[in-house]
Design a protein around this ligand. Structure first.
Ligand code: ADP
Ligand code: MG
Length: 696
């Protein structure tokens, strides 16, 4: 029996009431859980400051000296205890608002005291409010050390279960009852190769650090461990599945791809496109089913990559399909792909909800007369049967769930290879962790000659100047998007803003056609409005964010985002991607109110400064943390992180990923005796994790 699995009720001093609080508010029930309650910060009590050196921008500090005056001042709720404290280098006021009698009893003028608190100022004078107070000759375990601070809930604090109480329990459990018999979870060779302190030492140092250096080593070790096991879990799981999942093995890339590359390709692929096609090709040869995610910013040329992959399949005498989330997108893909291969002996067809002569098309598909089928969700209906499906491509992955992907698998005897394409720029480190079941390729380069969209941040009062600019663009024959946030579909206020914006634009630009698109419209009305904009019949489109991901109107050169402060960075970037698709200089205008929080101002500035989707995604991750990135959730992780942080520790995510890959390349199922400790730890983590089933 692992001592770490002991119930916390066996900790001396931890009664049933606290135990319930621990369980209910922090999901802590075992020694192991409690050890993983890591301090959220530390205060350095190894150092004693001098009063003459302190200032209000300092965090918690420790002083040593004597009281020289002590008096009660004010009355009623204003009543307080005010003292002057000196250490020979200066003096400072110390104030208490509560527990006056208790404090008064403790203080005398003869003894030396240790004060511990955060300096502030009142009426221009330095003071410390409610410091911790101890007689210098009776200082507790925490003085002279680095003191950990633990987060607790309000309920816990009320029940006396505060940071200090947890520190005591931790001491009782770890130093008295357990005496540090903590099992190692990493094999010795890894500890030594990557300079990691052992687990027992690390845990001791985290909860009872002696100095800053020891603390750093310890927290590195525990962060490493957490992220490493996340990666190990994901990768091993994939190994287990992969060994089962046979895929169609392609022995050659085929004549079609060769012909396309020699004769028909309209432009030289970028290096990134070449690299990604190569990664796909490697998968297709492997004999295992491909499950690959291709990430590429809007305009990075994912369609060409998709086409080249499909040409490999068709060249191997198999069929391919490509699924898009909406009819408009499917149609655009169909047209784009058909244009690429118009002189090649390939049959491309389109299948959507409104396809006519569906029976004949489905028949031809079943008989293998269609090589590439492009379509919407209609593709996964049961009536759609392929003769020999070899590759399925899904565009804009965040709109399709894992289950829909699984449905595509069933369309062949051997499951087809799956390629998922997304323009949501998720930092690589995060992507490979969140999309545990997918390999990730990144098209991190735009085709040459693109003019980056010029972005400006406007306050509302500059609307007249903006209108003058819009008029110029309209005179040049360009089209304009105006987007309003719609955070909550049922939010009537948002709709009010939208329709007011629509009326305003109609009024301000009388001589032009303005259309409106939003989620509450009937599908055919929405379709009609979209089409009028695509065809250039309307000049200004006022819309909520329903304007289609990936929709391509090269003539649209201005994107106005209203109340831009209400959008996240990734969303702003996606919206901006609607323009900048033609030869003209394009513009993105971020409209906000003048009163902005600092973080919002930073967000706007990042948009103005860069058009690089990955830089924006990194910044988003830094500003908001991984739980908030569009389309991803930290809950996508197999295990909860307690000490590591995907945003702050992004490098370590990458590092541990590589190490986990190496470990598993030598021992894919962790069966070697040396690796038993890791297999066991994975099982423990898996058993205690609620989210495991949601991944892959
Ligand atoms: P997305 O990644 O957003 O789907 P597309 O595949 O629609 O991007 O490509 C955007 C545009 O760039 C298209 O007009 C496409 O023809 C063009 N394009 C793609 N690859 C290249 C390239 N290597 N050189 C020049 N233009 C390219
Ligand atoms: Mg696209």
């Amino acid at each position: 029996m692992d001592i770490l699995q002991t119930d916390i009720k066996y900790i001396t001093g931890l009664g049933p009431k606290w135990r319930t609080l621990f369980m209910e508010d922090m999901n802590i029930s075992t020694f192991d859980d409690l050890l993983q309650l890591y301090p959220y910060k530390y205060v350095d009590r190894s150092r004693i400051f001098q009063i003459r050196d302190i200032s209000t921008d300092m965090s918690y500090i420790q002083l040593c000296g004597r009281f020289v005056t002590l008096q009660t001042v004010g009355a009623g709720p204003q009543q307080r205890l005010s003292a002057i404290f000196t250490d020979g280098t200066g003096q400072i006021e110390v104030v208490w608002f509560k527990g006056l009698a208790y404090v008064q009893n403790q203080i005398n003028y003869t003894d030396e005291f240790m004060l511990f608190g955060k300096p502030s100022s009142f009426g221009g004078r330095l003071n410390i409010v409610h410091p911790e107070l101890e007689r210098a000759d009776r200082v507790s375990i925490s003085a002279g050390t680095i003191q950990p601070m633990y987060n607790t809930s309000e309920r816990m604090k009320k029940a006396g279960l505060n940071s200090k109480a947890i520190q005591k329990l931790m001491n009782q459990m770890f130093n008295v009852q357990m005496q540090a018999t903590v099992n190692e979870t990493l094999p010795y060779r890894l500890l030594s190769e990557y300079h990691l302190v052992n687990r027992s030492t690390a845990l001791r140092s985290i909860h009872f650090p002696k100095d800053q250096k020891e603390l750093e080593k310890a927290s590195f070790r525990m962060k490493f461990e957490e992220l490493f096991f996340v990666q190990l879990g994901i990768l091993r799981n994939r190994n287990v599945n992969r060994h089962k999942q046979v895929g169609i093995k392609f022995s050659e890339s085929g004549q079609l791809l060769a012909d396309f590359y020699k004769k028909y390709i309209p432009f030289e692929p970028t290096n990134a496109q070449k690299r990604v096609v190569h990664e796909i090709w490697r998968d297709l040869q492997s004999g295992h089913q491909m499950n690959r995610l291709v990430q590429g910013d809007v305009g990075s040329g994912k369609t060409l990559v998709a086409l080249m992959a499909m040409l490999i399949a068709v060249g191997n005498n198999l069929q391919a399909c490509m699924m898009a989330p909406t009819e408009i997108l499917a149609t655009q893909h169909y047209e784009g792909l058909s244009a690429f291969v118009k002189d090649m002996p390939i049959r491309v067809e389109l299948l959507t909800g409104s396809t006519k002569k569906k029976e004949r098309l489905l028949n031809d598909l079943r008989e293998g007369k269609i090589d590439i089928l492009v379509g919407t969700h209609a593709l996964i209906e049961d009536s759609v049967v392929f003769a020999r499906l070899g590759l399925a491509i899904i565009d804009e992955q965040h709109r399709f769930g894992v289950q829909q992907r699984a449905k595509l698998w069933k369309k062949g005897i051997v499951p087809p290879h799956i390629l998922v394409m997304t323009a949501t720029p998720i930092p690589r480190t995060l992507a490979m962790t969140v999309y545990g079941d997918l390999d990730v390729s990144v098209i991190d380069e735009l085709p040459p000659g693109r003019k980056p969209v010029r972005t400006e941040h406007y306050f509302h009062y500059k609307r007249n100047a903006l209108n003058a600019f819009l008029r110029q663009q309209l005179l040049l024959g360009r089209q304009i998007y105006v987007v309003y946030p719609l955070i909550d579909e049922s939010e009537s206020l948002d709709y009010k803003n939208l329709s007011e914006g629509y009326e305003y634009m109609k009024e301000a630009f009388k001589e032009y056609n303005v259309c409106m698109v939003h989620g509450k419209m009937k599908p055919d009305e929405k379709e009609a409005a979209m089409q009028s904009f695509i065809k250039g019949e309307s000049h200004i489109m006022v819309a909520t964010t329903v304007i289609e991901v990936g929709v391509n109107v090269p003539n649209a050169s201005v994107m106005i985002i209203e109340s831009a402060e209400r959008f996240g960075l990734s969303q702003l970037h996606q919206l901006r991607g609607r323009v900048g698709r033609g030869a003209d200089q394009s513009f993105c205008i971020l409209m906000t109110s003048e009163k902005l929080a600092r973080e919002t101002r930073q967000r706007m500035q990042i948009m103005v400064d860069t058009t690089d989707g990955f830089r924006i995604a990194e910044a988003d991750l830094q500003l908001r943390g991984p739980g908030n990135i569009d389309g991803t959730q930290q809950s996508g992780l197999p295990f909860t992180l307690h000490i590591a942080d995907l945003a702050r520790d992004a490098r370590l995510v990458q590092y541990t990923r590589e190490i986990a890959e190496k470990v598993l390349s030598e021992d894919p199922l962790l069966q070697h005796p040396d690796n038993q400790c890791m297999a066991m730890r994975l099982n423990t983590l898996k058993a205690s994790s609620i989210n495991w089933s949601t991944i892959s």
